[in-house]
Design a protein around this ligand. Structure first.
Ligand code: FAD
Ligand code: 2HG
Ligand code: ZN
Length: 521
């Protein structure tokens, strides 16, 4: 449905084969095999140990043939990967910014196998890097040195769906998009959606407390994950696989595993509460001149769309130019400094459509938006969403990318982009911003021709100092991973960091789980 007087989308925007296919993780049918080949193709990123020489390997054992024999006896030869080429894809991150040199990838299928692996590694002081879809944007999912990779991709069983309560129980290695398709057949939806959903695993999502495109409406995983089963570093299985909405029996241990990025345990099963699938979805794309107008439009969207607002995203002109060029599609509306993508989820198509159209009419009449289009046709909504979701992929074609995933008070949301633009001048290709405006979460991206220490030093820690001055968070949704431990103090007190270290020592006294990640040294 298009609004009278508003520029309309003519035909499909994009001939791209689907919503998911970004280069390193494109195929739903064979998400793993294809991605690993691509991850290891082309020029290799510098080894992490050389690029970051100040990070020293811990006192862990070196893998030997006794260890390998144990793993092969446990899993069989086909689920223990030692071939250097095959291991490569597990050693390199999605944006190809780091590279470990693990010589061993383990592919368990059951909780019991994970338990045996961890118990053995703990006893023999072998460091372990848990890995799901390897879409981490903070280099959390790949080894820094030679940690054994524990890949969850074969733990992909859906265990149970209660279609009355909406609770889905599954193994941690299920691909998010597969879960979404599964529950959609039962008129339910997964309360989490992100551009990497064709590759990322639900266990990875839980371990990073992933946010995504509709957090504004459906909240974060601390709310929707009802239960977790996880294996501690010593192999002990912690069964908190609760499926009840309400359960106040003591400490909620599940929260320790949500967002701890594989440093406290390996998540093996999850129970997630799935809302009813919306019957009506509408999408609007607006073009605006200034950030001030963006803020006023956001406020209006919250007031006027109220209970049906499901997403409110921002794209700046530099990101839009890049993604249009990359997708090879014509611009859906005229060129503007800012674009807002607004989506509604509701149960009455006519009512929601009227509401969305009248919202667009109002913001245009008031001169807040200069241009805009609305639609509820599936292919057109997908084309609009592609413009937002595929920016990460488009940026990969713009050189080496420094990424910052920052929470800021909404009024300062775009300031960081402007400040960094000014600081870097012509030393960068592009300093651009996009992200989850409705949640105050900006993705600042800086592209340069190649990584250099000089440019890194110009950006960091300055970018985090500015974030801290604005009282923002240095990680809104991607986590801390390998990239940010030394900057955590910009967002957390010393006392809070010390308590985290105590919890880590209690749960993983030998520090075998995902070392060099999350906690500052
Ligand atoms: P991995 O990358 O494999 O691992 C992530 C971390 O979790 C690592 O520290 C790893 O050790 C740990 N881990 C993985 N599985 C387990 C397990 N079973 N038990 C314990 N630890 C485990 N993130 C967002 O929050 N919002 C977005 O909108 C978003 N969009 C993205 C779009 C693109 C194109 C890409 C490439 C990434 C995006 N991300 C986003 C980042 C990423 O997809 C998320 O962090 C995702 O949750 C990671 O899932 P994964 O299975 O790939 O985990
Ligand atoms: C998104 O919102 C993701 O698209 C990725 O969180 C952000 O590429 C990024 O920096
Ligand atoms: Zn995001």
């Amino acid at each position: 449905m298009f609004l009278k007087g508003v520029r309309q989308l003519i035909g499909p925007l994009s001939q791209s084969p689907g919503r998911r296919p970004f280069p390193a993780r494109p195929s739903l049918e064979r998400p793993f095999q294809f991605s690993r080949q691509l991850a290891s193709a082309g020029t290799l990123p510098q080894l992490t140990k050389d690029r970051y020489p100040y990070v020293k390997r811990g006192q862990y054992a070196n893998l030997d043939h006794h260890h390998l024999k144990y793993f092969k006896d446990l899993l069989g030869p086909n689920r223990v990967i030692t071939d250097t080429d095959e291991c490569q894809g597990f050693n390199i991150d999605w944006i190809r910014s780091v590279r470990g040199y693990s010589q061993c990838v383990l592919k368990p299928k059951t909780t019991e196998e994970v338990s045996s692996i961890l118990s053995f590694c703990n006893e023999h002081r072998l460091a372990v890097c848990p890995q799901g879809g390897n879409t981490s944007l903070v280099a959390g999912s790949v080894p820094v040195f030679d940690e054994v990779v524990l890949w969850t991709g074969l733990m992909n069983e859906i265990i149970h769906l209660d279609d009355t309560s909406g609770v889905l129980t599954c193994q941690a290695g299920c691909i998010l998009e597969n879960l979404e398709n599964y529950v959609a057949n039962h008129d339910l939806m997964i309360p989490l959606d992100l551009g990497a959903k064709g590759s990322c695993h639900i266990g990875g999502n839980v371990s990073t407390n992933a946010g995504g495109l509709r957090l504004l409406r459906y909240g974060n995983l601390h709310g929707s994950i009802l239960g977790i089963e996880a294996v501690k570093a010593d192999g002990e299985v912690i069964d908190c696989l609760n499926t009840l909405k309400k359960d106040n029996t003591g400490y909620h241990l599940k929260h320790l595993f949500i967002g701890s990025e594989g440093t406290l345990g390996v998540v093996t099963k999850v129970a997630i509460s799935c809302p009813t699938k919306p019957k009506a979805i509408n999408v609007a794309l607006l073009g605006l001149n200034s950030f001030e107008e963006v803020l006023r439009t956001l406020k209006k969207a919250k007031r006027e769309l109220g209970e049906i607002l499901s997403s409110c995203e921002l794209i700046d002109n530099l990101c839009m130019d890049l993604v249009l060029k990359h997708l090879k599609v014509p611009p859906p509306i005229g060129q503007h400094n800012f674009y807002m993508l607004i989506e509604t989820h509701g149960s009455n198509l006519i009512h929601d459509e009227e509401k969305t159209n009248s919202f667009l009419e109002n913001v245009m009449n008031e001169g807040l938006a200069l241009d805009g289009t609305t639609t509820n046709e599936v292919s057109k909504m997908k084309s609009i969403w592609d413009l937002r979701e595929r920016i990460t992929e488009a940026l990969l074609h713009d050189g080496y990318i420094f990424k910052y995933d920052i929470s800021l008070p909404t009024e300062s949301f775009y300031s960081l982009v402007e400040i960094m633009k000014e600081r870097l001048g012509d030393r960068s290709h592009r300093v651009c911003g996009y992200g989850h405006l409705g949640d105050g979460n900006i993705h600042l991206s800086i592209s340069v021709s190649e990584f250099t220490k000089e440019i890194l030093d110009l950006i960091e820690p300055y970018v985090y100092e500015v974030t801290s001055k604005f009282k923002g968070s240095v990680s809104a949704e991607h986590g801390i991973g390998f990239r940010k431990p030394k900057y955590m103090h910009y967002s957390k007190s010393n006392e809070a960091i010390m308590l985290m270290k105590h919890i880590k020592n209690l749960m993983d006294p030998n520090g075998i789980l995902n070392p060099y990640k999350v906690l500052p040294p």
